[in-house]
Design a protein. Structure first.
Length: 590
């Protein structure tokens, strides 16, 4: 078996073991179109040949901007990397101004876009991109070159020997990709990841994820431009898992029912929404059905792995699975065996309830700069503990600094930030990457994340506040969609809250309350404010007096990526949220 040392080795590894009929599967005009492993490589080689004919050389940069995950993205990724060029994946939802910054900073020569929406955003700043030679699209767009022109240009295999020579010149420690982290402040930073950074992370993480080689089916929908989903896709290729690409988040539910996946990756916000929908449906039940539903939920919320709750609990869980949780599994395709979660902290109650329901979530931890996986839970071999992000993967070393910061060393640590030596030297000290996260190991070697170092703040009384802990507790309320704890340098912590508008309207309907038709009327209604106060008071019970949320204000807007409140990975842009609601801040603190 050929050793895997560079990213383009993964599909060749798969071909040697299993030429999958459904290696990559995308839906076009209502029909799932399968691409086999052989066809994947044939097209990737055609792209390589075409790029060489266009004059692409080693270390040239090729940008990819796609609104959805799709077969074409993966073919372009492998095709470009084989030439020795580097790919620059870009979040489709960022501003046109950020498009311009990333394309110019990376010096991208070619850009591949998925659809007209992305194309038009790019065209709006086309005059600001002097180094960009051409734009190609995956969809057919009038006035834009189509990527199939490259497949045609590369159809003649007469320069395949040149492709092979280029592949041979790509070394494991060569730069493979630059991933620009949106960040919560300032300009995006270009994280340089080598082939070895990512390959080592795939191989060192792969053993933690239980797959039946050649028979598992994955549904991919988290943005592939983020290193988390991208590494998951390489792991799927390593294990010969058939990858189906969801049409969109909106059509996720339909796609799950169509393909019945055995695995997919998630972010906490998505799981929270799934859980909230399940609970909302439970609230619509009546009588014995409702009683049984919430009996099962309450049982699930007490779940501990490995039968730790004892024989009687396990017997009750079997009944709950038969009567209630089996319906949950059916709604998620009926064959789901594992979900992998990353990018942000997952509430322990969600880990418990989904594990109890037979759909365990294996939470991991990492950053773009660590390719990304540092730790991950694994249900086998007692490697799963609720409330932790698992144990450190092999070949990676983690230590906790004196101030509690998590430091990481290993083959997964980035090469540095593109064109920014100073920032690189601040982040990597004595071979250890400083994550900016605060954490601790328990006695069994499981890592627990407690907060972001940069997000912790002191009140004017000198007390430290860890906002994420408080926010995660508050978000367990069905009434609270988003929350940001504030109070740096103030006498007390407070919060800005985006209510769960849909749920509150359903609640008001059940209570026969007239809370108006607009969001502004809703957030101003005394009954709504009073009810959310009850939720805040309940969550406050878990915290010391200095940590309790003493005051809050509700915002009428939905916090979103488009609105600038959230990064593309759904983390809070704290400075921007604070700026948007400075009037509410002043109202709280005078």
């Amino acid at each position: 078996m050929t050793p895997i040392t560079r990213l383009f080795d993964f599909p060749y590894h798969q071909l040697q073991k299993n030429n999958l009929n459904a290696c990559l599967v995308t839906k076009y005009e209502g029909v799932w179109v399968k691409t086999s492993t052989q066809e994947y490589l044939d097209k990737a080689n055609a792209i390589s040949r075409a790029l060489l004919r266009l004059g692409v050389k080693k270390h040239d940069k090729i940008a990819l901007i796609s609104s959805t995950n799709r077969t074409e993205w993966n073919i372009m990724d492998i095709g470009a990397l084989q030439t020795g060029a580097q790919t620059v994946p870009i979040y489709p939802t960022i501003s046109a101004e950020d498009y311009a910054y990333i394309l110019n900073h990376s010096e991208a020569q070619y850009c591949f876009v998925s659809d007209e929406q992305v194309y038009l955003k790019l065209q709006a700043i086309r005059s600001e991109l002097p180094l960009l030679k051409e734009v190609y699209s995956f969809n057919t767009i009038e006035g834009c070159k189509n990527w199939k022109e490259l497949l045609d240009l590369g159809e003649n295999s007469s320069n395949q020997a040149e492709v092979e020579e280029c592949k041979a010149q790509v070394h494991p420690n060569d730069l493979a990709t630059i991933i620009y982290t949106s960040g919560t402040t300032g300009k995006p930073k270009g994280v340089m990841l080598s082939h070895n950074n990512i390959v080592s992370n795939v191989l060192d993480s792969a053993e933690r994820i239980p797959f039946e080689e050649g028979t598992s089916i994955a549904l991919s929908f988290l943005p592939i431009c983020h290193i988390f989903e991208r590494v998951i896709l390489y792991i799927y290729q390593y294990y010969s898992v058939s990858i189906y690409f969801a049409e969109s988040i909106d059509q996720l539910s339909d796609n799950i029912k169509e393909i019945n996946p055995t695995v997919f990756s998630v972010v906490p916000r998505l799981l929270e929404k799934v859980y909230d929908k399940i609970i909302a449906k439970g609230n619509e039940l009546t009588g014995i059905k409702k009683m049984l539903f919430f009996w099962a939920v309450n049982l699930g919320l007490r779940y501990e792995p490995y039968g730790a709750n004892g024989w009687w609990y396990e017997q009750q869980l079997k009944i709950a699975n038969k009567l209630i949780f089996s319906k949950w599994r059916a709604a998620l395709g009926g064959k789901l065996t594992v979900m992998v979660s990353g990018s942000a902290a997952l509430q322990p109650r969600l880990i418990r309830i989904f594990a109890a329901a037979g759909m365990p979530v294996m939470e991991g931890y990492g950053l773009t700069e660590t390719s990304p996986v540092i730790t991950v839970n694994d249900q086998r071999n007692r490697g799963f503990k609720v409330g932790t992000v698992g144990k450190v993967i092999q070949n990676v070393t983690v230590k906790i600094a004196a101030d509690g910061e998590i430091l990481c060393q290993g083959p997964n640590v980035m090469m540095g930030y593109y064109k920014d030596t100073q920032l690189t030297n601040e982040a990597i000290v004595d071979g250890y990457f400083h994550t900016g996260d605060i954490g601790e190991f328990d006695s069994e070697g499981f890592l627990r994340i407690t907060d972001r170092k940069k997000e912790m703040f002191k009140t004017s009384g000198g007390k430290y506040i860890a906002p994420q802990l408080i926010e995660n507790a508050m978000k367990q309320s069905l009434f609270i969609e988003q929350i940001m704890v504030i109070g740096d340098g103030e006498k007390m912590p407070a919060a800005l809250i985006q209510p769960s508008f849909d749920f509150i309207r359903e609640w008001a309907k059940r209570k026969h309350l007239n809370i108006g038709t607009s969001n502004q009327e809703l957030v101003s209604h005394s009954e709504v404010i009073h009810r959310i106060q009850e939720e805040v008071d309940h969550a406050n019970q878990k915290f010391g007096n200095w940590e309790k949320i003493k005051r809050f204000e509700l915002t009428p807007e939905v916090w979103s990526i488009e609105g600038g409140h959230l990064t593309p990975t759904l983390k809070l842009k704290r400075k921007i949220v604070l700026e948007k609601y400075k009037i509410l801040y002043q109202k709280i603190y005078g």
